[in-house]
Design a binder for this molecule. Structure first.
Ligand code: SF4
Ligand code: SF4
Length: 131
């Protein structure tokens, strides 16, 4: 399929996420899905990223909100356990951080060049509840 610029599409045009029949996608692992060329899993936008989410498993409650809301399917989870972030596809939008409900958050945004081991040692403390 020839690639087209975003401004060449007709209003209302639809890009399909998967090629062929796509039954049971929710229970199919990412690596086994038949993604189309227009899906962001194939056409990665990770080079847009100027800030990255860092995952701190010490506070995670495996609620899966980040997995549900990530627009680029970049949250890696297995058996309903959060494992980490797929940095080959994450575009750094920060939605996963916004929806993370823990206190402190289990995902926080840091500059792209930040050292992950170092930022994990500087994680914020729990916010005291205020009425
Ligand atoms: S910042 Fe979070 S929500 Fe946004 S693409 Fe990356 S993992 Fe997904
Ligand atoms: S939203 Fe936060 S607490 Fe929930 S699974 Fe993701 S990182 Fe863990």
């Amino acid at each position: 399929m020839a690639k087209r610029g975003w401004d060449e599409f007709e209003i209302g045009a639809m890009l399909r996420s998967f090629d062929g029949v796509s039954n049971d996608i929710a229970t199919t692992q990412q690596e086994d899905r038949n993604y189309s060329q227009s899906n962001s899993f194939v056409a990665s936008v990770a080079d847009w990223r100027i800030a990255k989410p860092v995952f701190n498993k010490d506070f995670c409650i495996d609620c899966q909100f980040c997995w549900i809301y990530c627009p680029d399917m970049s949250i890696i989870a297995r058996d309903k356990k959060m494992i980490g972030v797929d940095m080959d596809h994450c575009k750094g939008c920060g939605i996963c951080v916004e929806v993370c409900p823990t206190n402190p958050k289990s995902l926080l945004m840091f500059p792209e060049q930040a050292d992950e081991e170092a930022v994990l040692t500087q994680w914020p403390a729990k916010d005291k509840e205020t009425k």
